[in-house]
Design a protein. Structure first.
Lengths: 285, 159
């Protein structure tokens, strides 16, 4: 399996990268870890004439504290996130999510920026970063902008990224005492989420949930926040009956997909079960 | 014809320079250009793990990497960890515990197991299975593979 021919360019600076993107924007793909792009190119589902390898641009592969936020470079690998002591302490939802992605070889190469830009509707990062209200830094030829992740994903492999723009970083909050969990149902061979649920919640000593954010992946044409479930649980003292009852609202008004891994009815049921389990896992974290 | 790219990388300790087509995968570069056929080509799209090699000390699928991306890196293949005369302790353990039948998945399995044991010197059976979950065996299953990795961990000679 050999991809079509292309011109390869691996610039050492972001400005050179953006210039190249602008020059070839109708026929260029950005290569980061390549764990999604290479299979697509080998199967000739993607046949770009130009490949822009951003892997050699300095400064995009680190995790840094900035006030009450953490800035994660686009080239940071899933494995780096999984092992980061800084993130385990300050934003544990990200390592909790990273450890469930595919297998070791993919986690060693795949990057968070690439995964977000790819906008796979079964990707693990979209629900996690949505539950964190993260922001995505996007750089283009004329400007750079921060996009709220709730506005970033548009649908199947589609985002607000323009053809001459590149994702360079992610900004997530320090989550302090908040409780978090990421749980997914996935075939072991691929690790792709049939359903994945990310939770971030704040609990008062009395057991009342003062705030909760739920991101869900694998279920629709893009990841989404279960707003209705969040509203119904906020300010309530949580017990398993309430959680299980409210979890059934997590697919209301959602066009649940159907594929080889399950009918839409099965997937909706699985979503309810995993929403309840993920909330309970977060409470116990 | 697209322009060839010149790359230089260290493979099993030796510096190698070559001109490659941009679309040349690392595994095809290793096998066809360098003649290192110990790294196997299975599914060719990132599922089976047969093409697993070490890139700068971490396992990667060499079918999901262009050779150009490995320019300047250190690559270790199965040929780089043991010789016929002096097998690597994991190779000895695979032999002793019948952890292979056809041997097609074995180079990838051994490199994946090597990274696992470097990160975790005493893994549980579950941790071994998770650590090797990116490598498929189509012959017989994984019982003896897990047994061999466990034995190699117990012997404690894996570096």
């Amino acid at each position: 399996m050999i991809p079509g021919s292309f011109e390869y360019y691996a610039p050492r600076s972001l400005s050179d990268a953006v210039k190249y993107l602008s020059a070839h924007k109708d026929d260029v793909k950005i290569l980061s870890g390549g764990q999604s792009l290479l299979p697509l190119m080998k199967m000739r589902l993607s046949k770009p004439g130009y490949i822009l390898d951003i892997g050699r641009i300095p400064g995009l592969d680190s995790i840094a504290e900035e006030g009450n936020n953490l800035i994660i470079g686009a080239l940071v690998t899933h494995n780096q996130i999984e092992d980061s002591e800084l993130l385990k302490k300050n934003c544990p939802l990200l390592p909790q999510t990273a450890t469930t992605i595919a297998d070791v070889q993919v986690r060693n190469r795949g990057t968070i920026g690439g995964s977000i830009a790819h906008a796979d509707p079964a990707g693990d990062w979209p629900p996690a970063i949505m539950a964190l209200d993260a922001e995505i830094k996007v750089v283009g030829p004329r400007s750079e902008r921060w996009v709220k992740c709730n506005d970033f994903f548009l649908g199947l492999l589609m985002s607000v990224l323009e053809p001459d723009e590149v994702v360079t970083a992610l900004k997530v909050p320090v989550t302090g005492n908040d409780k978090t969990a990421y749980l997914k149902a996935a075939p072991r061979s691929s690790g792709f989420a049939v359903v994945g649920v990310a939770v971030r919640m704040a609990m008062e000593a009395s057991g009342v949930c003062s705030q909760i954010a739920l991101g869900i992946t694998g279920v629709a044409d893009k990841a989404y926040r279960a707003n209705r479930v969040e509203q119904m649980l906020t300010g309530k003292k949580l017990d398993s009956k309430l959680i299980e009852d409210v979890a059934t609202e997590s697919t209301r008004n959602v066009d649940v997909i159907e594929d080889i891994n399950g009918s839409s009815e099965y997937r909706a049921h699985l979503t309810h079960v995993y929403v309840a389990r993920a909330i309970q896992a977060a409470m116990q974290s | 014809m697209t322009e060839m790219i010149s790359i230089t990388l260290r493979v099993n300790g030796s510096e190698r320079t070559a001109a490659v087509e941009p679309r040349r995968s690392l595994v095809d570069f290793l096998r066809h250009d360098l003649g290192l056929v110990g790294t196997h080509v299975g599914c060719e799209h990132g599922v089976c793990g047969a093409c697993t090699v070490m890139l700068d000390g971490r396992t990667v699928r060499s079918c999901l990497l262009f050779a150009a991306q490995a320019d300047g890196s250190e690559v270790t293949t199965i040929e780089g960890i043991g010789t016929d005369e002096a097998l690597h302790p994991l190779q000895v353990a695979f032999q002793q515990h019948h952890a292979l039948q056809c041997g097609f998945c074995t180079p990838g399995m051994i490199l994946a197991a090597l990274e696992l044991l470097r990160d975790n010197a005493d893994p549980s059976d579950e941790e071994i299975r998770v650590g090797l979950s990116g490598n498929l065996c189509m012959c017989t299953g994984y019982v003896n593979i897990v047994r061999a990795v466990r034995a190699a961990a117990r012997d404690g000679n894996v570096r």
